[in-house]
Design a protein around this ligand. Structure first.
Ligand code: RUQ
Ligand code: CUA
Length: 662
């Protein structure tokens, strides 16, 4: 390792980048110390016997899948994929009429996104199991998932942002979610020459307020920051509650060949924002109204429908007009992750191209502000003196640090992408305690509660970028992969590899009990306020309004009502409003119609969902239940007769008792 860091110091930035790439791309050789060899009892430590439950839930971002994967720990078993920013054929999300508005944006309907950083809601700095939030990275948005139903309940678009990467990071009682822009852009947007970056581009950081009862999100204000790239964020806790911290790169303000041009400066910044101070300025009317165009989508649990509304302005605070609100902490060298330790005192930055890990001290930061220990300014934001805020340095820990998590014993765990390892070190003494290889090229890592004031000390999960030889090959791409390590002893121990869906960026873990007890087992039919729900088979019917036909249908083991429908015509616009009458745990039914250019439906007990269908040809079309629900599941089927557009086949429907033709 020593040699590597010497090398790092000697190399110019361009070469460094080459090294970065080379090191990350060729790791098929020997597995390094301890590689692949497991302690004899590893299997029993991850074994969850049939019928037993895991101890933790792990929520992992799907990265470019736009979803969240839910796994059990320590088994690594996949429990569910929660659709968030991408349509999902398994559950009909984004295809049925109820959830389509969830994927509406100011750019129209967007069926996919890239999602990175899940954040479990917290109360007093501890995870509370109510909601999980996650960022839409490409088309800037934040989603809230309700953890009683594991359904996406709300998505808000972030205006003036481009690449919503430093997002969402929440304050200790979920007062706010922070959302920083990765790409700076002209604000408001306009047509400018790209080489006018330095004068025209700005970076907006959004403060999204969360209603403590409903979880509803609202863009309370934005802070207009210098035009650099805001990469990741972390909020203060305990002593540092009221502040939030954002890493940045490209303080060079390059707009081309960033791999070289944005790696010149010896230090970039961590932006420290005093959001309590910002609230004061907001209350004093210091914010300016900026035009904006963004949507806010909410799924209403009682009507079971999502609605999308457009908003068109946002309040913006300008740091130069709000003294004491923002400071810059110089930080070596293109820092990626920033992580605040459980006491709130240390702000740990992972300088990707730095030989050391830098921890700023919150206490020293306050003192430096008081003493005006400044080293210039940028856009009216004071830059604090590096030495005045430095809390400690971990010397030569590894290559390419990305992220840090903490345990319950004052230790920190940092992921190193290039040297492909997790390094354990002591907060405060900065000594390195242990290191283990990861297979391969770890990105994020996660200790359950590891970003809260009360981390658990049992496991760390490595979220790896490269899989190479770890699994059976499946064409050019192998499964994405996570690894579970025990951290309850002095030495970290590899216990398990398990595949993940999509590319896991960040993850969150939480004791299973905090989630289990909140689960909805079925939706009460009496509470179903869906405008097209029906509560019994007696209400089942087919209604024509011009060429719109509404089929009010129910499902219960093992039939649909109605299951015979006549009088639908070619060119009709047919809405199947299907209500699952079951009032029992784990009995969804599915609904599929031949030739539907849409998904199937998967309808939970007590829920109503709507499938839109346009019959294109005369004939008889079957429909059936797609979820094996009973011994007579295969009998759960029906027919629709489709007649010519000009036919006079009477509209009628039935189950068992065929009505007379009128
Ligand atoms: S960021 S490694 Cu979004 Cu690190 Cu994924
Ligand atoms: Cu209902 Cu199968």
């Amino acid at each position: 390792m020593k040699n590597f860091s010497r090398l790092l110091q000697l190399l110019p930035a361009g070469l460094l980048v080459t090294l970065f790439l080379a090191a990350s791309g060729c790791q098929t050789g020997p597995k390094g110390p301890g590689g692949g060899t497991l302690g004899g009892n590893a299997a029993s430590r991850v074994y969850v016997a049939p019928g037993q439950h895991d101890e933790f839930y792990a929520f992992m971002s799907g990265g470019f899948s736009g979803q969240i994967g839910v796994y059990g720990l320590p088994s690594g078993r996949l429990l569910r994929v929660v659709p968030v920013f991408s349509v999902d054929p398994e559950k009909g999300y984004g295809f049925n009429e109820e959830t389509k508005p969830m994927l509406n944006t100011s750019h129209g309907f967007i069926p996919w996104d890239d999602s990175h950083h899940p954040a479990l809601s917290q109360t007093d700095g501890e995870t509370d199991g109510r909601w999980i939030f996650i960022n839409g990275n490409n088309t800037p948005r934040i989603a809230r998932i309700d953890l009683s139903s594991f359904e996406t309940a709300e998505i808000i678009e972030i205006p003036n942002s481009s690449g919503n990467h430093s997002s969402p990071y929440l304050t200790q009682s979920t007062e706010y979610l922070m959302a920083g822009t990765r790409f700076s852009v002209p604000i408001p947007q306009k047509d400018v020459a790209l080489n006018t970056y330095a004068e025209n581009f700005k970076g907006a950081i959004s403060f999204v307020k969360v209603d403590p009862k409903t979880g509803h999100m609202n863009i309370e204000f934005q802070v207009l920051m210098p035009g650099i790239d805001y990469d990741l964020a972390s909020c203060g806790k305990k002593v540092s509650h009221g502040w939030s911290f954002f890493t940045s790169y490209n303080t060079e303000m390059a707009n081309t060949l960033l791999e070289v041009n944005a790696s010149q400066n010896d230090k970039d910044f961590i932006a420290a924002i005093n959001w309590k101070k910002a609230e004061e300025y907001l209350a004093q009317g210091k914010a300016k109204e900026f035009p904006a165009n963004y949507v806010h989508n909410i799924y209403d649990e009682s009507t079971q429908m999502a609605t999308s509304k457009t908003l068109n302005s946002v309040k913006v605070l300008i740091p130069s007009e709000c003294p004491g609100m923002v400071y810059m902490l110089p930080t070596p060298k293109s820092p990626h992750g920033v992580d605040v330790n459980p006491t709130g005192e240390y702000i740990v930055a992972s300088g990707k191209l730095s030989t050391d890990l830098t921890a700023h001290s919150f206490e020293k930061m306050l003192k430096a502000i008081e003493d005006k220990a400044f080293d210039g300014e940028v856009d009216g934001i004071p830059i604090l003196k590096f030495d005045a805020v430095l809390g400690g340095t971990v010397k030569d820990p590894g290559l390419g640090p990305l992220h840090t998590e903490f345990d319950n014993k004052g230790n920190a765990y940092t992921s190193f992408f290039i040297s492909s390892e997790i390094v354990k070190w002591k907060v405060g003494t900065w000594e390195i305690l242990d290191r283990v290889p990861t297979y391969y090229s770890i990105g994020h890592l996660m200790v359950p509660g590891g970003n809260s004031v009360k981390p658990d000390g049992k496991y760390v999960v490595a979220l790896n970028k490269i899989t190479k030889d770890r699994y059976l090959p499946t064409g050019p791409e192998l499964t994405q992969s996570a690894q579970l390590y025990a951290i309850d002893g002095d030495k970290m121990e590899l216990l398990l590899d398990f595949p993940t869906i999509g590319e896991p960026h960040y993850a969150q873990g939480i004791a299973a009990d905090k989630i289990k007890s909140r689960q909805v087992q079925y939706f009460k039919l009496d509470d179903n306020k869906h405008p097209h729900s029906i509560k019994s088979e007696k209400e089942a019917r087919v209604v024509r309004e011009g060429n719109t036909v509404r089929v009010y249908m129910t499902m219960i083991r093992s039939h649909f009502a109605p299951d015979n429908i006549e009088g639908i015509k070619v060119g009709d616009k047919v809405y199947f409003h299907v209500t699952n009458l079951e009032q029992d745990f784990d009995v969804p039914h599915g609904f599929a119609v031949m030739g539907a250019n849409n998904a199937e439906l998967l309808i939970m007990p007590g829920q109503t969902e709507t499938l839109y269908w346009e019959p294109k040809k005369e004939g008889v079309i079957p429909f059936y239940c797609t979820d094996f629900c009973s011994a007579l599941h295969q009998e759960m089927q029906g027919y629709i007769r489709v007649s010519a557009a000009n036919s006079n086949t009477p509209l009628r429907s039935w189950l068992n008792d065929e009505p007379p033709v009128q």
